[in-house]
Ligand binder design. Structure first.
Ligand SMILES: [Zn+2]
Length: 406
């Protein structure tokens, strides 16, 4: 097995078995065949990048019906709006600046840029969410970004001051083409800013459900710094972000164009001290994950024997991994509630648990709720105080299985 970036040897360390597409919700009674793939991760011993061993074709994941909306969480809305304001005051200050966002989703970030009257373009292959962005006044090109796309944008709009991507780069196996495209599109002094789930947080919290079909790469400062170097760039800033279970925002500039911030050397040193890119560390992570599965299944089986009612909260993409890896079906969790209309009335992929609208959660409240959307825990717990008042208990499984009574 070879690394998708550098062709180095891949060292497999965790295997989640046969998994469905995380967003392929099933119509009840529909005998249509579900697509499954083998979900396993490995470490490239040459470039330190953690990656999936099997690649799912991109058209199967990012299509007209892609259901995730960035604006669905108020925390994420504020996160992207504040980033847009920061770019407008620090990077987009020259004459007639231009910013391109890869995977702009529903335009949560770019709509702030559009409102400020600054030139922009969102590149988004998922047609449904791209339409939502366009309705907000965001200029969108419905396409996958790669080297050829970049040349077309450069010819039509000229060079970009900033190329930005949130929770997008880790989705894309063909990173060389992306880096070539960014190199084509970016003005000499411009920056490429991207943020993705951070390998350091995943390993520290044993948050194994960050691993699913769409997340092909799990970046660290070490691996991104090498990727940048191979393409004539340099990692000049890093910022730890609390969103989505722990992310890092990386800033790349052309080599020598900017002085790297002290945070870069600090994070590289912390990763080295934690032996983050060492097989032994990742094998310990895999052992913790197996332990979580054991404990979670034991807990849910015990609750079923007691006759307790257990619902799931949040039919997130990451929940596909935990439900299928642990073999949790409707006999252990009666249904999962979710705010996304496109998921309601359907069954969770692979595990076939019914998905209902959030009102079902309170009608009546369950004894226990499995918090599948744990990355939005604070927002959810603040909203569901009545559940706690009714005597309900949250079941969490990151960083380990534990019960939370409010
Ligand atoms: Zn590699």
């Amino acid at each position: 097995m070879a690394c998708r970036i550098c062709s180095g040897r891949l060292h497999p360390f965790a295997d989640f078995g046969r998994q469905p597409l995380s967003d392929a919700f099933v119509i009840p009674g529909d005998p249509g065949e579900e697509f499954f793939f083998h979900l396993a991760v490995g470490l490239c011993v040459a470039c330190s990048t953690v990656q999936l061993l099997e690649e799912v074709p991109r058209e199967r994941m990012f299509h007209e019906g892609y259901p995730y909306l960035s604006s669905g969480s108020s925390v994420m809305r504020e996160h992207f709006q504040s980033l847009a304001k920061r770019l407008l005051t620090t990077e987009l200050t020259g004459p007639d600046p231009f910013v391109v966002e890869l995977g702009c989703n529903d335009g949560t970030m770019l709509s702030v840029v559009a409102d400020a009257g600054v030139r922009h373009l969102g590149v988004e292959p998922s047609g449904g969410v791209a339409d939502v962005a366009a309705a907000k006044g965001v200029r969108v090109r419905k396409d996958f970004f790669e080297a050829g796309t970049a040349a077309g944008i450069l010819a039509a709009d000229g060079p970009a001051d900033v190329v930005y991507a949130a929770n997008t780069l880790c989705h894309i196996p063909y990173l060389d083409s992306i880096m070539e495209g960014v190199d084509t599109l970016l003005r000499p002094g411009g920056v490429f800013v991207f943020e993705d789930p951070y390998l350091g947080d995943i390993v520290e919290r044993a948050s194994f459900d960050q691993i699913y079909d769409e997340h092909f790469y799990f970046f660290s400062a070490t691996s991104v710094s090498g990727l940048a170097r191979r393409h004539g760039f340099e990692l000049v800033d890093v910022e730890r972000l609390p969103v989505h279970g722990g992310e890092v925002r990386y800033t790349l500039a052309r080599r020598g164009a900017r002085t790297p911030a002290p945070a870069v050397a600090e994070l590289l040193a912390a990763e080295e001290a934690a032996a983050l890119a060492e097989p032994a560390t990742l094998h310990r992570f895999a052992a913790r994950v197996a332990d979580t599965r054991e404990r979670l299944v034991t807990l849910l089986t015990g609750l079923r024997e007691q006759g307790a009612r257990v619902y799931g909260y949040g039919a997130t993409a990451k929940s596909a991994t935990v439900l299928n890896y642990c073999g949790i079906g409707p006999e252990l969790v009666s249904f999962v509630c979710d705010t996304t209309p496109a998921k309601q009335g359907r069954l969770t992929p692979g595990s076939h648990i019914p998905v209902r609208d959030p009102e079902a959660f309170a009608d009546p409240y369950p004894d226990y709720a499995l918090l599948l959307a744990w990355n939005h825990a604070e927002e959810i717990m603040a909203k569901e105080t009545e559940f706690a008042r009714a005597g309900g208990t949250w079941i969490r499984y990151v960083p380990e299985v534990h019960l939370v009574r409010a």
